[in-house]
Design a protein around this ligand. Structure first.
Ligand SMILES: Cc1cc2nc3c(=O)[nH]c(=O)nc-3n(C[C@H](O)[C@H](O)[C@H](O)COP(=O)(O)OP(=O)(O)OC[C@H]3O[C@@H](n4cnc5c(N)ncnc54)[C@H](O)[C@@H]3O)c2cc1C
Length: 306
């Protein structure tokens, strides 16, 4: 069976996308995890999500841009997304990746680009979530986030932390003091043991520890997971501490555990779905395959069928 690290390696080689998409069915399969290639495709999925009493986070897929002009195109895309959210009145915020705005080229340019998007969100009463990427950019991402947070309000911009990183509990302790709105997730990249906990049980234990710190802080945070154990731990902790359902939200990815998404919304929890769209779906799609071996079987089965 192909390993998780091999899939994550493949996810970083976008050239392979052209090979993979020669199998017509491969592209079709991506629709399980990716909400189409255009803003309008994503809007129509978000309308359906809203109709099930869930909110969304709009994400334009494109990581690690290679030029200033590409980064500029990403800013334009996000300004358009924010305008479309206002026009269509869908209930959605946006998620951005800083490598999309040029982090691999120039941190100052990235800060200015991200700031333009946060400024637009602020004007429109919306919110920008800064996703967390691999550990080579953790500190730079936190530094840029802190500058943005110093200039804008708690409800304008937030960040993501990953429970697999050894540094995360300390980062969470520091960031809650700002205060800052944090999304906690387990982490989706392949990291060396020096920086990330190698055992899943330690990643889970750290997740619970950070979740408890976040919920106790009194700020509105995002608990991003499909893991029923993490969800139960969150609900139990909130009940024990008398923390109301309206004080936090669960978050899941488009197309993953839709049953659980609907169930939590029906049970009165705030539920937000991360909705990625765009032509550059390949690395995102490969990371989703890496998370769960059963997804590979799903792909293989359908390739054979196709
Ligand atoms: C809203 C949201 C935003 C995220 N943002 C980031 C980010 O900014 N940076 C980052 O590094 N990571 C991010 N992630 C990804 C995250 O780090 C994990 O890789 C991913 O959520 C899987 O972890 P899990 O908590 O679901 O638990 P796991 O222990 O991995 O999975 C628990 C169960 O969930 C289901 N499941 C999980 N993944 C899949 C899948 N791909 N396909 C089908 N079923 C699955 C399975 O039933 C599995 O048994 C985000 C995740 C979510 C939900």
């Amino acid at each position: 069976m192909i390993s998780r690290s091999a899939l994550i390696w493949l996810s970083r080689h976008e050239g392979l996308k052209d090979f993979a998409t020669r199998f017509g069915y491969f592209k079709k399969l991506t629709t399980r995890f990716v909400a189409g290639e255009t803003i309008d495709d994503a809007v129509s999925h978000i309308r359906a999500i809203n109709a099930e009493n869930c909110t969304a986070s709009f994400d334009h897929l494109n990581e690690s841009v290679a030029s200033e002009s590409e980064a500029e195109a990403e800013v334009t895309e996000y300004l358009n997304i924010l305008a479309r959210i206002t026009e269509t009145q869908i209930r959605s915020n946006v998620s951005i990746k800083l490598t999309q705005f040029g982090l691999g080229l120039d941190p100052e340019l990235t800060y200015r680009n991200a700031r333009r998007v946060v400024e637009e969100a602020h004007k429109r009463g919306n919110f920008v979530r800064v996703d967390m990427e691999d550990s080579s950019v953790t500190q730079a991402t936190i530094d840029i986030f802190k500058r943005l947070r110093a200039e804008y309000g708690l409800n304008d911009v937030g960040i993501v932390l990953q429970s697999y990183l050894r540094r995360t509990y300390a980062d969470a302790q520091e960031l809650v003091k700002l205060p800052a709105r944090i999304r906690i997730c387990k982490g989706a990249y392949h990291e060396p043991p020096e920086v990330a906990l190698p055992d899943k049980k330690d990643v889970d234990a750290n997740y619970v520890k950070v979740m408890q710190l976040l919920l106790s802080s009194g700020t509105y945070h995002g608990i991003a997971t499909h893991d029923p154990k993490m969800i139960d731990a969150t609900i139990d902790f909130a009940q024990r501490e008398g923390i109301g359902k309206e004080k936090f939200e669960f978050q899941m990815l488009f197309g993953i555990r839709r049953d659980l998404q609907r169930q939590l919304a029906r049970d009165g929890f705030n539920m937000r779905i991360y909705v990625p769209y765009g032509k550059h779906w390949y690395p995102y799609f490969m990371r989703r395959l890496a998370e769960r071996p059963a997804n590979i079987w799903f792909v293989m089965k359908n390739l054979v069928k196709g």
